[in-house]
Design a protein around this ligand. Structure first.
Ligand SMILES: Nc1nc2c(ncn2[C@@H]2O[C@H](COP(=O)(O)OP(=O)(O)OP(=O)(O)O)[C@@H](O)[C@H]2O)c(=O)[nH]1
Ligand SMILES: [Mg+2]
Length: 886
């Protein structure tokens, strides 16, 4: 029986070599693969789609058992368990599938961060580090593709450390420490996954020292600057840190039998020069014998080892020698054992295997058939990560930080319902019913194996949506069954709108394409029609440019603003508003609902949208919160919206609850295009009973108490009216639309830069960074681009750069407010002169490129809402009736 596994997730930007790395481990630790097939077999990319695209889409894992003695690792400070088990999960590097990475991270305490040593930190490298920081998942660092580059190791590590430092800025000191990679430890590996070798800098120093077996204890630090010191006096750790010093070079002097430390110029130190040239001497040698000659010159490899290598006839290249001397699996295993705590053996669970599930969603018991129906109320959909889970096992479950033991029943989805099964194998999805908890976060055999987690995995943004429907209406019931299954087992977000439309959302175009492909191929046996791509926006309000810029908010100038397009809910509210005499002005609304007079104000949280990047200044958010708290009672937060009541006003519990309910309803769907509202603060100023003119004077009779005022009716009508008045108050502020931005990261040759920048600026993109890739003519370009402008970007870049630009890697970056007013029409004399009286469409064809208006129209049209398009035909010729000549 194998021991509990070291569980690790492989993390990296796309194509940095995760799947190849797992191939390399498989080739050494199992007999599944020949080293020559590493990188070609890609065993963990098993689905057809993954093989066709050459990228990882689904999480897949493999469990490897290794014998520490075989690797001569049993003499380590922390002895590894015998027959240790290493379970690695290969995750996708493509941004669209980032939620899969989050799921893997949530069930593994540690990870391996791979970075291409030449490309360095890329968009998804930042993304995966952020995801890993969120769940406090400690990583090892593997600088991969060292066969291509060994010249910029220091720079790449500094770049990675700078990135992790920024991302752990607000974490504990321990976390900040864990995320600083030190090349002088075993936790940083320099590897060539395709060649199956991996060496740590410490390995190289070990060679230096092991040159003479007498040098085992190094206690005193040497003095630098040409002083030669006996190695026996050197403290190993001190020595390592000296070796990393760019101004010192350390050499073994065979004649004097001493280690000498010399002062040197930057870039000539041990780490920057001696170590890379040692490796290069081997791998760049044209033949195995010249590589061996280099090794014997360096005098670092014991003669016996060299002789063994010389006699091995099958060695053709230096890479093969590297693989023999420093097998990647061994370096990795050593790094894992020395960096991570050993998994606790679960001796109390003899005869039972290790299991981890990941709870995702609840299913109603109506979906279950079989003998268990009566006792089952909720089923959690789980994925089994290791070995198998048996029906009736007792598992440890974690929910809201609390561990609890619970018996489980396991079932599999078969023909539209869950059926109990005896056991479920690793890698499979299943339904699990927990006897004593509902929807736990994770479940496993041994709770000590799990690290504590502060937050659940992030709720990823899925900005791209499309609608699907069955081709024939008669197939709807089959379609819905398929959809049900799809929702349960795939990582898609599926929403059925009020209009009955089925909307599938995803993180990007590739994920969407893949989801639709899977839905068609695996789930739905009826033909489906896929609608147009839909992008979500957010709605907000801006500050008061009214007085400053002569701005007229729609409420103050209904006709002009509405000339642009009909905004149905607005009209309805306006009607109500006129009838009931609500006073709406500059973000406040004073309304009378059922005899109550409610006053509220709406403020924009303007800072939320300031700046071009996602990193909102946390201090500023805090300041705003303090300001809000000093004047108001903080009641509720809904997304990025806040609501509260004035401090000096008392609201009863029922009134407060109804006001919050109204606020929630109003912010769920904004007034302009029913998109969610963001960055809005609603303050309830007061509530009173309206003074009605003909109120009977209540005569005060001496001695009798004054009758209390009539109770305030705070039912459904009150809530909906509050919601309407909040939306109306929002509309009396300048309305704004926010769009989501992606960070695109690609490379281009210098010659095609002009065409590339032209493409980017045409799509309203902004260049954030340009970095020359060292030793090449290529430039890495990072741009922020609105998501709506990314359709077809890859092809356009390729076309315009004649194939020189690489396909852009996109990752969600931030939401940004459009400065344009979607209600804008020419009002001043000059504007009318320039743009004319006529109504203009919100697109570029008419001279006014009002992107905000265009976006609103698009969303409204997609949602089936009324859109009053420009009916005027500018400069149209007189229409003629074409009579057919007989
Ligand atoms: N030269 C060199 N190429 C490598 C190395 N490791 C991987 N590659 C190549 O890099 C490419 C991508 O490797 P993969 O293993 O598919 O990368 P991945 O990180 O799994 O990619 P995704 O799953 O799509 O995120 C392949 O063409 C590999 O052959 C390496 O050590 N050296
Ligand atoms: Mg892969």
């Amino acid at each position: 029986m194998s021991s509990p596994p070291y569980l690790l997730t492989l993390l990296a930007h796309i194509d940095h070599g995760k799947t190849t790395f797992s191939d390399a481990l498989l080739s050494t630790l199992s007999s599944a693969l020949n080293p020559k097939s590493v990188g070609l077999a890609r065993l963990l990319d098993s689905t057809d789609e993954e093989r066709r695209r050459g990228i990882t889409i689904r999480l897949s894992h493999t469990s490897l058992v290794f014998d520490p003695e075989k690797f001569q690792l049993s003499n380590l400070l922390i002895p590894p368990p015998k027959n240790a088990n290493l379970t690695i999960i290969d995750s996708p590097g493509h941004h669209d599938f980032q939620s899969n990475v989050g799921r893997a991270l949530n069930i593994t305490p540690s990870s391996v961060l791979l970075v291409d040593s030449l490309e360095g930190v890329r968009a998804r490298t930042i993304g995966v580090i952020a995801q890993s920081v969120k769940v406090q998942n400690t990583p090892l660092l593997v600088l991969n593709k060292c066969d291509k580059n060994l010249d910029t190791l220091r720079g790449t590590i500094s770049q990675i450390n700078a990135t992790t430092a920024t991302l752990t800025k607000y974490s504990s000191e321990q976390m900040q420490e864990n995320y600083q990679f030190k090349p002088e430890t075993d936790g940083v590996i320099f590897a060539a996954a395709t060649q199956c070798w991996g060496i740590s800098f410490k390995d190289y120093i070990r060679l230096l020292i092991r040159r003479n077996n007498k040098f085992q204890d190094y206690s005193n630090p040497p003095s630098s600057n040409h002083n030669t010191v006996a190695p026996s006096k050197i403290n190993f750790n001190k020595l390592l840190s000296m070796c990393y010093d760019p101004k010192k070079i350390i050499k073994w002097d065979p004649q004097a039998n001493k280690i000498s430390v010399y002062k040197c110029e930057i870039g000539e130190g041990t780490f920057d020069f001696a170590f890379p040239s040692f490796v290069k001497g081997i791998i760049e040698a044209p033949t195995a014998s010249s590589a061996l000659a280099h090794l014997s010159e360096t005098n670092l490899i014991p003669r016996q080892v060299l002789e063994i290598l010389q006699s091995a006839k099958n060695l053709k290249l230096g890479h093969e020698i590297m693989r023999h001397l420093f097998p990647l699996a061994k370096t990795t295993v050593r790094a894992i054992i020395t960096t991570f705590e050993p998994p606790t053996p679960h001796s109390s669970y003899k005869n039972k295997t290790y299991l981890t599930c990941e709870g995702t969603r609840l299913v109603d018991s109506r979906d279950v058939i079989g003998d268990v129906k009566g006792e089952i109320d909720n089923i959690t959909i789980c994925r089994v990560w290791d070995e198998r889970v048996n029906d009736g096992d007792i598992l440890w479950t974690l929910k809201e930080g609390e561990w609890k033991e619970s018996r489980v029943r396991v079932m599999e989805w078969k023909e539209n319902s869950f059926k109990c099964v005896e056991s479920v194998e690793a890698g499979r999805c299943c339904g699990v019913w927990f006897e004593s908890v509902v929807n736990c976060d994770i479940a496993c055999m041994n709770r000590e194996n799990k690290v504590k987690r502060e937050k659940p995995v992030e709720n990823e943004d899925k900005p791209i949506s499309i609608t699907v429907r069955p081709e024939k209406e008669a197939d709807r019931s089959d379609f819905e069954t398929a959809l049900n299954k799809f929702t349960l087992l795939e990582d898609a977000q599926v929403v059925v709108t009020e209009r009955g439309e089925v909307v599938i959302s995803s993180g990007g175009e590739v994920e969407m394409e893949n989801l639709i492909h899977d839905f068609r191929e695996l789930y739905s046996n009826v033909s489906i029609i896929v609608g147009e791509r839909r992008i979500s926006y957010r709605e907000s309000v801006a500050m008061f440019p009214n007085e400053v810029h002569g701005y007229k908010a729609p409420v103050d100038a209904p006709r002009k603003a509405l000339g642009q397009f009909t905004c149905t809910p607005w009209n309805t509210i306006l009607g109500d508003c006129e009838e009931s005499g609500w006073i709406v002005k500059n973000g406040t609304c004073n309304c009378i609902i059922g005899g109550n007079n409610v006053k509220m104000s709406v403020y924009p949280r303007a800072w939320l949208w300031e700046g071009d990047t996602a990193d909102t200044d946390v201090d500023e958010v805090e300041n705003d919160k303090i300001k809000f708290n000093s004047e108001c009672k903080d009641w509720a937060v809904e997304g990025e919206n806040w609501c509260g009541g004035r401090k000096n006003v008392e609201f009863t519990k029922e009134v407060k609850e109804s006001l919050i309910a109204g606020f929630r309803e109003a912010t769920k769907a904004g007034i302009v295009a029913e998109e969610p509202m963001h960055g809005v603060v609603v303050v309830f100023e007061g509530l009173g009973v309206e003074e009605v003119e003909e109120v009977e004077e209540v005569e005060e009779v001496e001695g009798e108490p004054i009758p209390p005022p009539p109770p305030i009716d705070v039912g459904g009508h009150f809530i909906s009216q509050i919601s309407k008045s909040i939306r109306l108050a929002c509309l009396s502020r300048p309305c704004r639309i926010a769009e989501s931005y992606v960070r695109c990261d690609f490379q281009s040759g210098v010659t095609s830069l002009g065409a590339v920048y032209d493409t980017v600026s045409k799509r309203r993109g902004k260049v954030i960074e340009e970095i020359m890739v060292e030793g090449t003519e290529m430039i890495t370009i990072v741009v922020a681009l609105p998501l709506s402008e990314t359709t077809g970007l890859t092809n356009e870049l390729l076309d315009r750069s004649s194939g020189e630009a690489s396909a852009p890697m996109m990752a969600f970056s931030h939401w940004q407010l459009m400065s344009l007013d979607p209600f804008w029409t020419p009002t001043t004399e000059e504007e009318r002169e320039e743009y004319g009286e006529g109504l203009k469409r919100g697109d570029k064809s008419t001279g006014i490129a009002n992107v905000a208006q265009g976006a609103v129209r698009k969303v409204r049209r997609a949602k089936g809402m009324v859109v009053e398009e420009d009916k005027l035909v500018d400069g149209a010729d007189k229409q003629r009736n074409m009579k057919k000549k007989k």
